[in-house]
Ligand binder design. Structure first.
Ligand SMILES: *Cc1c(COP(=O)(O)O)cnc(C)c1O
Length: 390
């Protein structure tokens, strides 16, 4: 389960891991600590784990195995095939498929003991027709307008009898914004609509929802992002440090160092020009490894570099924050290491792209996206090291 090569990725096999251009280290002990912190913050509610999208890029098999050992017994994924993998890693766990019931999937899900989160009356009817009294979750929309029954449809389902439901749930639109009035509106709607299904367990909160002052924990919470180190409460005032431990560290190798003469340019389209004597390190990762090309840093006005207001990417080289220089290539990227003492950065050294001050939220801000996208874009050809246990 821990061998990424067997997961069908292009990661190097363990014997050749030292030859990879970059090393992705996933701290499973931190993952489990974050889950325990989420569980503690969830009050009396059960705390599940959302492991969709390959556990936010960190590796679903290792994540489910570790979280199960830590005591997690309910997992959410997006697709049936992700659910089958999760069930194999945690046979005694309850596995929910958030994206609902694809046509023709009911019997396979029921046979595997996997539960869809039914998101429409059509899916509910198909599930009951094909899976009989097998339990499922029901998704009620409270404002996202994406998946889930409308208030009227929820009333219809309740009136005609929805069959055995293990869970009724909804999803927040803006729970990372504690002052957004949508939160109260959704909590009220969910309280009213879930009452149509008395005795059924209820779930509303994602990572940020767990930390809202209203504590909308109901019976089950559904953290994802925070488990992987993202800050679940980025906008609380007064600001406080991220309560989660970092889980992901990405380090890339320096292939070469070059002294750049004034006015020489670096990389495709000459988008970065040395404004004096500069020293540049070429790293062995690029946009094919999940380093967004839109994180390129230019200073010549060439297009597609650093769309304001985001700053563009940076690396920590011997502890010094060094901005990217020029367009990110497919397999390579250049970093301006002029500020690093000459003997502190050598060919072969590893530099940090995600880790320490460059935590996932900070990286996302620099790259002009959110930490969720940074994580789920983590490259497939890094050497992957899993450290720590539950
Ligand atoms: C992804 C997802 C979650 C987890 O959200 P985070 O913000 O990552 O904690 C919870 N519920 C649903 C319906 C989701 O799609």
């Amino acid at each position: 389960m821990l061998d990424p090569a067997k997961a069908g990725h292009v990661a190097p096999d363990p014997a050749n891991a030292d030859l990879a251009g970059a090393v992705l280290t996933v701290d499973l002990a931190a993952l489990c600590d974050n889950w325990r912190a989420m569980r503690a913050a969830s009050g009396a509610a059960e705390c599940s784990a959302v492991v969709k999208a390959n556990a936010y890029g960190t590796g679903q098999g290792p994540a489910v195995t570790a979280l199960r050992a830590a005591g997690c017994r309910t997992f959410f994924v997006a697709h049936p095939h992700e659910a089958f993998l999760a069930k194999a890693a945690a046979p005694d766990a309850t596995i929910y498929v958030l994206n609902g019931l694809p046509p023709g999937a009911a019997r396979r899900l029921a046979a595997a003991g996997v539960q869809p989160v039914l998101g429409s009356l059509h899916e509910l009817a198909e599930w009951r027709r094909e899976a009989g009294d097998a339990p499922a979750a029901l998704h009620i929309d409270t404002g996202m307008e994406r998946l889930g029954l409308t208030a009227r449809e929820a009333g219809e389902a309740a009136a005609q009898g929805a069959g055995p439901l293990s869970l009724v749930m909804s999803h927040f639109v803006a729970s990372e914004e504690p002052d957004n009035p949508l939160n109260d509106r959704q909590i009220t709607r969910f309280t009213e609509l879930s009452a149509l299904f008395p005795g059924t367990r209820r779930s509303l909160a994602n990572s940020s929802g767990i930390w809202l002052p209203q504590a909308p924990h109901f019976d089950l919470t559904r953290p994802g992002y925070g488990l992987y180190g993202g800050n679940p409460a980025p906008h609380v005032r007064p600001a406080r440090p991220n309560p989660m431990r970092p889980v992901v560290r990405l380090e890339a190798r320096i292939l070469q160092l070059r002294d750049i003469a004034p006015d020489d340019t670096v990389g495709y389209n000459a988008s970065w020009r040395a404004n004096g004597e500069r020293r540049v390190a070429t790293l062995s990762v690029g946009y094919a490894d999940g380093i967004f090309r839109s994180a390129s840093v230019g200073n010549t006005g060439a297009p597609q570099t650093r769309t304001p207001p985001h700053m563009g990417g940076a690396a920590l080289v011997a502890g010094v924050l060094c901005p990217f220089a020029g367009k990110i290539s497919m397999d390579l990227l250049a970093v301006d290491v002029t500020g690093v003492p000459r003997d502190a950065a050598r060919a072969g050294d590893m530099v940090t792209l995600i880790g320490d001050a460059l935590n996932v939220d900070a990286v996302a801000a620099r790259w002009g996206t959110i930490g969720y996208e940074v994580l789920t874009s983590l490259g497939q050809r890094h050497a992957r090291h899993y450290v720590g246990t539950a």
